[in-house]
Ligand binder design. Structure first.
Ligand code: GLA
Length: 378
């Protein structure tokens, strides 16, 4: 399916935005903490034609027969169904969250295509949101910068899609740069681009998609978020970001065991992000392996968001010579990453695949990703 086949004319512009992998800094974003993601070389493309009326129409390659439509006069989350909320929600959030005046704007025909795997924890949804947000702000001449668009994307995800997620995914998709990670302070949205220098060091990042499906609109993700808020309130701080590892003994006295372990994950993970940034700058990517592995252990044992498939992926990659490995993204399924020597990639991928077969798990999908440029007009 193409834009032309759905709408009967050629699109006028095309925007694209990438998915992301998080190198380290998990479940820290909604705690006002630090994250270190990078945009990947898997993108969502939004082809767009301008309309003269107030309609937005949306179609996609992954749902070939459906065209969803909504008028700019009817923008409201209750009118947005399924994945089309990722597109309509952006128009709504531009108005609700960024205060854009859409009263004199005309609509669009939008066609979405993507090679970001869905459900793998690689932010296929943020890729749609960010490509569309950049397109709409450009074409409507709203003059919003990329950080403002990240907020718009998050607002839409939280209130139109209904997933209580943080700001990491949209920031990575909008601010990513080639061969670099985005060091983001989620409280201030201050960013620094940090060189990954993988190629120069003979390294690659492998994604191991366990194909165990996760959903953040329900269940565990929200429960973790609630625990963090409870922990912060009990410790008398605005967000867990305001605690350091020196506060952990006091937290242990004050909090119940489970809340304490949730807090300990976030507080130590923030520290690991800072340590990773410093290590990358001073020693390069070969030196960050222990930090990645410690991050995984913390998510497995303290935050309890890993699953056996993710643990097996990490253990097998490490046993076969990976420099570091950890689950990435929200957890409860999705993907792990492994930092590997380029020459070891094949052997590690094979080892993981056969370990999954022996354990009776679904065959994982294993592929290399490169740090790529963020959202753009193509
Ligand atoms: C999901 C969310 C992000 C972040 C991660 C965990 O990807 O969308 O905001 O919270 O989980 O780090």
């Amino acid at each position: 399916m193409t834009f032309q086949q759905v709408y009967g004319y050629e699109p006028t512009v095309q925007y694209s935005a990438p998915g992301r992998v998080n190198l380290i800094g998990e479940h820290t974003d909604y705690n006002d903490g630090y994250v270190l993601p990078f945009a990947i070389d898997r993108r969502t493309v939004a082809s767009i034609g301008q309309r003269e009326d107030r309609l937005i129409r949306v179609a996609s390659a992954f749902e070939p027969d459906a065209v969803h439509e909504l008028s700019l006069d009817e923008l409201d989350p209750s009118r947005m169904q399924g994945w089309s909320a990722y597109v309509f929600g952006i128009a709504w959030a531009l108005r609700e969250q960024a205060g854009a005046d859409l009263s004199d704007k005309t609509g669009f025909d939008v066609f979405i295509d993507s090679d970001v795997p869905v459900g793998a924890g690689l932010s296929s949804s943020a890729a749609i949101e960010c490509g569309v947000a950049l397109a709409f702000t450009d074409l409507w001449e709203l003059g919003l910068d990329r950080k403002a668009l990240a907020r718009v994307g998050q607002y839409s995800e939280n209130h139109a899609v209904g997933a209580p997620t943080g700001i990491m995914d949209q920031s990575a998709s909008l601010l990513g740069e080639q061969d670099a990670v985005v060091f983001l302070d989620c409280r201030t949205l201050d960013t620094a681009v940090v060189d990954l220098a993988l190629e120069a060091n003979g390294l690659e990042v492998l994604v191991i998609d366990t194909r165990v499906e996760h959903a953040h609109a329900t269940g565990g993700y929200k429960a973790r978020r609630d625990s963090c808020e409870r922990g912060a309130a009990a410790m008398g701080v605005e967000a867990l970001r305001d605690l350091s590892v020196d506060d952990l003994p006091r937290a242990q006295e004050l909090l119940d065991d489970e809340t304490f372990r949730r807090v300990r994950h976030v507080v130590t993970e923030d520290q690991r992000v800072l340590d990773t940034v410093r290590t990358l700058r001073e020693q390069g990517p070969r030196a960050i392996g222990d930090l990645l592995v410690a991050s995984h252990a913390s998510m497995r044992d303290d935050f309890e968001i890993s699953v056996p498939e993710l643990d097996l992926a990490v253990e097998t990659a490490m046993a076969h010579g990976a420099v570091g490995a950890r689950m990435t993204g929200g957890g409860f399924g999705g993907a792990a990453i492994a930092l590997v020597d380029r020459e070891a990639r094949g052997a590690i991928a094979d080892a993981v695949t056969s370990a999954f077969a022996s354990a009776g798990y679904r065959e994982p999908t294993v592929f290399t990703v490169h740090a790529a440029q963020g959202a753009r007009r193509d």
